[in-house]
Write a protein that binds this ligand. Structure first.
Ligand code: ATP
Ligand code: MG
Length: 140
């Protein structure tokens, strides 16, 4: 067990549905602390850079068009096993496979608009945090 940091994004569908507060409440209730947060609208280019690992996938254009279609809430969460804990709260990538009570089961209908993003490993968490936040923007 170790204290980790992970990047979370409440995607445009989550912001549109008005569930920012509900999702942040789930993080806080699970013991994840906010150490950085902002509300921004990504450009298509910023979304493409963030999801570059998926650039060869058939859904890349759909994904990056969607991610730049409206405001998103980007935050850094910190806590014991924060990466796994956040992904547990999110549920499976495809909401149809997500366990009841997870964010994606409760708020998403379609894999392409699945309400939240969370880093999947310590190295990607570091890269993703640095993609959106300067070191000085992370609260200690
Ligand atoms: P994220 O990286 O957003 O947290 P994830 O790690 O659960 O999600 P990835 O495999 O990294 O899933 O896929 C990135 C995103 O690409 C998914 O969250 C989803 O929005 C989108 N995506 C994945 N598969 C499909 C698909 N078949 N059709 C449309 N969009 C998809
Ligand atoms: Mg992923």
């Amino acid at each position: 067990m170790a204290v980790e940091r992970t990047l979370s994004i409440i995607k445009p569908d989550g912001v549109k549905k008005g569930v920012i507060g509900n999702i942040l409440n789930r993080f806080e209730t699970a013991g994840l602390k906010l150490v950085a947060m902002k509300l921004v609208q990504l450009s298509k280019k910023e979304a493409e850079g963030f999801y570059a690992v998926h650039s060869d996938k058939g859904f890349f254009d759909e994904l990056t068009t969607f991610m730049s279609s409206g405001p998103v809430v980007i935050s850094v969460l910190e806590g014991e096993s924060a990466i796994a804990k956040n992904r547990e709260l999110m549920g499976a990538t495809n909401p149809k496979d997500a366990d009841p009570g997870t964010i994606r089961a409760d708020y998403s209908e379609y894999v392409g608009e699945n309400t939240v993003h969370g880093s999947d490993a310590p190295d990607t968490a570091r890269t993703e945090i640095a993609y959106f936040f300067a070191e000085t923007e992370l609260v200690n």
